[in-house]
Design a protein around this ligand. Structure first.
Ligand SMILES: [Mn+2]
Length: 189
């Protein structure tokens, strides 16, 4: 057995911070609290950490829980730095899309910045997309669903060296997501 290299106390500290930051935010197209997404992403990370060795388990766990705080709330990188240190702050920043860029450039830009970070941060992006490849919100059209699956393949291609465990799981989620694409409306790929 591997020795656990993340601490429950680190998880709790990040989770409380995220629960407050995302308070009143709901899952897209749902009344469920947004913190559910962060619970799932961190669960995927903990599952990976139980079978794969990384240098800093706390970095992966805390970035998983905090990864949407800068993008989706009023939280600043300085606040995360003060609470969780420089490595977590830089990880969360890399996982934050740059809203000043055109939308179609944002993912490639974020992936470039993630690749400059330690593998723990790559793992969070893989876990995020694994979690998001569930049934799409009811208001998404086919074009959006197809694009989302293609973007998942882009993430897979960019980050596939970080974690065999998560990459295998992402590949199966990408395959399953085909079920949400109506083959009559879409060119075969
Ligand atoms: Mn997310």
């Amino acid at each position: 057995m591997n020795t656990q290299n993340w601490l429950q106390e680190s998880y709790i500290r990040a989770y409380k911070f995220a629960a407050i930051a995302h308070q009143n935010q709901k899952m897209p197209g749902s009344e469920l609290p947004y913190i559910m997404h962060l619970s799932f992403v961190s669960m995927e990370i903990i599952a990976a950490l139980s079978v794969e060795k990384v240098a800093d388990g706390d970095l992966a766990v805390q970035c998983a829980i905090l990864h949407d705080t800068i993008e989706d709330t009023n939280t600043t990188v300085e606040q995360i730095q003060a609470e969780f240190g420089e490595a977590v702050a830089q990880g969360v920043l890399a996982l934050t899309k740059d809203a000043s860029l055109a939308k179609h450039l944002q993912m490639a830009d974020s992936l470039t910045r993630i690749k400059q970070q330690p593998p723990e941060i790559w793992m969070v992006k893989l876990a995020d997309r694994i979690t998001n490849l569930q049934a799409p919100p009811h208001y998404w059209n086919q074009e959006k669903i197809v694009k989302y699956r293609e973007e998942a393949m882009q993430i897979y291609a960019a980050l596939k060296d970080a974690s065999p465990f998560l990459v295998t799981r992402l590949a199966s989620k990408i395959a399953d997501y085909k079920a949400f694409i109506n083959s009559e409306n879409v060119e075969p790929s």
